[in-house]
Design a protein around this ligand. Structure first.
Ligand code: SF4
Length: 366
């Protein structure tokens, strides 16, 4: 059976140098190739004009450079832009560009689908289709950076798209190392936020990484029964265990752990929830992002009204908790994670997801 050629976009510089050495070429060509792929976004070896012609030909015969293909781009009136990307095996993933937050931010996927099954999340309804490779995770950033003209300019990355990044640990960390390398896009981990629902063993492993991103915890509830109903993983790693792991997490000086809290009307938005949240975060350098639900057709939850959201935020702020109410972005382009794929799937991408999706689809932001 024919095997696919090795994708050089997957490799860190040291591995690229080793690959070049195996071809009998000097190691520094590996660093040049890394810069061509990741800094300049080149996908053809023949365009790498500072490499000898013979080497370019040898590379083209043995290797490939895969980049996710743009299938669809939707731009919201607020500037938020959603990208539907097709992978080499025709799976589809979503990435989002969120401008002026005040930074420029790319929201990136780490898996096709997700195994975590959160009750308010459309991606969770797909189940896990497969992990993304490091090259596919980085490839999204390359596509978005070049499409938005931000390559070479500072931008932030949030791993909050499709998938649970800590459930695809090795590829996610390899992607962060490739992104951080100054010969490529040079995105320092301080500009990257990894969002997790709380896979504690992986969180503890993350705490030992030399290149550590900022941490965001998708909390969403203040009691175990309520959180288990929204985030089934809570059955295995409950609130107490999760928050203890956060207390042990080595947060950088002047940094904070972000706690994401999707506000669902009548579910987790009461004054009692707000007061419990204050108590839960005691002893943690925390900030809270309140995300009033980004409603979409089929979602079994409602967005609370502004008065309710403000009252919740005020209880936190009055107790000295740093809190930010996030505006919903891209509502007119269905920017909720997984929404394009599943809605599209009802018509055209059904083949990809039909055997993975629950019959009824609901949706929400990650
Ligand atoms: S919210 Fe995140 S972890 Fe939960 S199902 Fe959706 S993508 Fe997975």
């Amino acid at each position: 059976m024919a095997t696919s050629p090795l994708n050089l976009a997957e490799l860190e510089p040291v591995a690229l140098e080793k690959t070049l050495a195996e071809l009998g070429a000097p190691a520094f060509h590996g660093r040049q190739i890394f810069a061509w792929i990741h800094r300049r976004g080149v996908t053809r070896f023949e365009a790498m004009t500072d490499l000898p012609a013979g080497l370019r030909q040898a590379l083209a015969e043995r290797f490939a450079i895969y980049t996710p293909q743009l299938e669809r781009v939707d731009q919201s009136t607020d500037g938020t832009t959603k990208f539907l990307l097709r992978l080499a095996d025709d799976r589809r993933i979503e990435s989002v560009y969120i401008p002026d937050t005040p930074a420029q931010t790319f929201c990136i996927s780490t898996q096709v689908g997700c195994a975590m099954g959160c009750a308010f999340c459309l991606t969770g309804k797909m189940g896990l289709v497969r992990n993304l490779t490091a090259g596919e995770i980085v490839g999204q950033v390359r596509v978005l950076a070049h499409h938005t003209g931000l390559a070479g300019i500072a931008f932030n990355i949030v791993l909050m798209g499709m998938g649970e990044p800590l459930h695809n640990y090795d590829a996610t960390m390899q992607a962060l190392r490739i992104l951080a390398d100054p010969r490529g896009l040079g995105v320092h981990p301080r500009r990257v936020t990894l969002s997790t629902v709380g896979l504690i063993p992986a969180l503890e492993r993350l705490a030992t990484e030399p290149l550590m991103p900022n941490l965001a915890i998708s909390l969403h509830a203040t009691t175990d029964p309520a959180r288990t109903a929204l985030v089934p993983l809570n059955r295995r790693y409950d609130l107490e265990a999760l928050l203890d792991a956060c207390r042990r997490f080595p947060v950088r000086r002047r940094a904070r752990i972000t706690f994401e809290y999707v506000l669902l009307a009548g579910v987790n938005d009461t004054p009692d929830d707000a007061r419990r949240l204050v108590r839960l975060l005691d002893g943690i350098r925390a900030k809270v992002n309140l995300l009033p639900l980004n409603e979409a057709p089929g979602i079994p939850f409602r967005r609370p009204d502004d008065a309710r959201v403000n009252a919740f935020a005020k209880i936190l702020a009055d107790k000295g908790v740093r809190v930010l109410v996030r505006r919903s972005r891209g509502r007119d382009i269905r920017a909720a994670c997984g929404q394009l794929i599943v809605e599209g799937g009802r018509k055209s991408a059904a083949q990809q997801l039909a055997d993975r999706m629950a019959p009824a689809a609901d949706a929400a932001p990650r």
